[in-house]
Design a protein around this ligand. Structure first.
Ligand code: 1PX
Length: 212
């Protein structure tokens, strides 16, 4: 994977994360997020606190996947089953993989909620319903913000105002000129939507949507 952000690479990773039987593979899911971090990093230092949080969550998932229990973290479905059976969902210690007090399920839940934000935001941009700062803040208020305390909400609000206008934003996606980038974006939304819906159903079925 190149150092530069590519929207197509992100879409491909999330697409590849879906198996034929609609399981979601962890490695490709993390890869998709790694791609998004590249864009966050290129947006400037006001987005640093967001990127740091995502990187931190990805490294927890990568440690669990690379640890002795790694086989259980092959997919989101196998992770949920394993952590439920082992009493780890609320946050267990995994000394061998170096993670303590956190679970894969609660860590991934934070990214899952953010994926809803992304789906709403990119949907709005692709339909040209407003400028990136406006759409970003609208999508945030319809999703993630309910899970964040005031201090995070206000820092996020400040960062959103620093987002570039539509055309420069579309060019940052590295998916061609703005009209082509819009087309690629339109293709991204259903893929993110499918990953989101499958995860939402999985978490809801096991009553994991409010993990602390
Ligand atoms: C195709 C281009 C799309 C743009 C890509 C940008 C991807 C950004 C993804 C943002 C992910 C945010 C993850 C937040 C996870 C979270 O909720 N963490 C909080 C709770 O964690 P805890 O472990 O304590 O329970 C944590 O407190 C969060 C801190 C960071 C602030 C999160 C603000 C989220 C704003 C989302 C919008 C990002 C703006 C990007 C603009 C393009």
């Amino acid at each position: 994977m190149s150092e530069e952000f590519s929207l197509q690479e992100v879409i491909d990773s999330f697409k590849l994360s879906l198996s034929d039987s609609k399981e979601i593979f962890m490695d490709q899911y993390v890869e998709g997020w790694r791609g998004l971090v590249k864009l966050l990093n290129s947006l400037g230092s006001v987005f640093g606190f967001i990127s740091k949080d995502v990187v931190n969550k990805l490294s927890i998932l990568v440690s669990l996947r690379g640890g002795p229990e790694g086989a259980h973290y092959l997919s989101l479905q196998s992770m949920v089953q394993y952590e439920l059976q082992s009493g780890l969902v609320e946050g267990g210690d995994h000394p061998a993989s170096g993670t303590r007090g956190v679970s894969g399920c609660r860590t991934l839940l934070r990214l899952h909620r953010a994926l809803r934000w992304l789906q709403l935001f990119l949907g709005g941009v692709s339909r040209d319903e407003g400028t990136p700062p406006t759409l970003c803040s609208l999508a945030y208020s319809q999703s993630l913000s309910q899970h964040h305390p005031w201090v995070i909400r206000s820092a996020a609000g400040l960062a959103f105002r620093m987002l570039p206008p539509r055309d420069p934003f579309l060019r940052m996606l590295n998916a061609g000129e703005p009209p082509q980038a819009v087309e690629v974006l339109g293709g991204a939304v259903p893929v993110l939507g499918e990953v989101y819906t499958i995860t939402e159903e999985l978490y809801s079925k096991h009553d994991l949507l409010n993990l602390p």
